[in-house]
Ligand binder design. Structure first.
Ligand code: PAF
Length: 275
């Protein structure tokens, strides 16, 4: 059985003599991708804290904040016993309804996901820094599936000298390649099939990855084969900067893709060796 805490004070008291703490921040709707993060956390710490909090600050107008799946009992049931769950109400983290001061994700926060979802990364970083200040873990574990989020959290830790290590776990996929995501549960059967265009584009880029141009051409052809996937972007970025790589780039790039399938926005990424 997991231990449940809903207030900051009670959680802080519980963590006073908790030894080495690993922290997995989530918004719930837990799947095997989250569980992989939790199992990684268990290996490196005496105490594992999983937060379950659908953060209103990182959702924009017309996004899925209202319909985001929330089932605390189901989430607790799939977590390994001994894990500490922190599931605060919105009023516990935002007693004034909002915050006066929030973090800025800077220029990279306005690109790719941030271009389509203005303010998303500012809200994400703001809640992550709040949670880090509450849990004060030795290590925080994120999933590579959200590549831009991982890049920005790393930069926040570095830029603000936060005393926490970050561990990043590989994306967990279904046997047919679909990256696990809490939002997959919105997909109808035909939409789920369309959603395979994202991982197909990444595989095509990997297979054709002599140059940036060949990788992009192959990925775009794979995406075009699924016209009902409304592609937002496909690009190859430098993992060190999250900026698009130049045409003559040699080394490991990250291929990133986002598309809307029906009303569901999906993202995925994979490493691609160029040059
Ligand atoms: O990746 C997520 O689920 C969220 O962005 C996070 C890190 C829990 C912050 O709300």
């Amino acid at each position: 059985m997991t231990e449940l805490f809903t207030t900051i004070d009670a959680l802080r008291a519980r963590l006073e003599d908790a030894g080495r703490v690993a922290f997995v921040p989530t918004m719930g709707a837990l799947h095997d991708g989250h569980l992989a993060l939790v199992h990684r956390a268990i290996q490196v710490a005496d105490t594992v804290v999983v937060s379950i909090f659908v953060n209103p600050l990182q959702f924009g107008e017309g996004e899925d904040f209202g319909r985001y799946p929330r089932d605390l009992d189901a989430d607790r049931a799939v977590l390994p016993s001994g894990v500490i769950v922190f599931a605060p109400e919105v009023t516990e983290l935002y007693p004034d309804g909002d915050v006066q001061v929030r973090l800025s994700a800077g220029a990279i926060g306005d690109t790719f996901e941030g271009k389509t979802r203005p303010g998303h990364f500012d809200g994400m970083l703001t809640v992550v820094v709040k949670l880090l200040n509450i849990v004060t873990p030795h290590v925080v574990v994120f999933g590579q599936k959200d590549a831009q989020q991982v890049f920005l959290v790393r930069r926040m830790i570095q830029d603000l000298n936060l005393p926490v290590a970050i561990d990043v776990a590989p994306t967990v996929r279904e046997p047919d390649g679909l990256a696990l995501s809490s939002r997959n549960r919105y997909l109808s059967e035909p939409e789920r099939s369309t959603a395979l265009a994202l991982s197909a584009a990444l595989s095509a880029a990997t297979d054709a990855s002599a140059t940036r141009e060949s990788a992009v051409t192959a990925a775009k052809a794979a995406l075009a084969a699924e016209p009902t996937a409304d592609v937002d972007y496909f690009d190859l970025v430098d993992p060190a900067t999250f900026l698009p790589v130049p045409d003559d780039f040699a080394g490991e790039a990250t291929a990133i893709v986002a598309a809307r399938v029906g009303t569901t926005r999906l993202i995925d990424n994979a490493p691609v060796i160029l040059g």
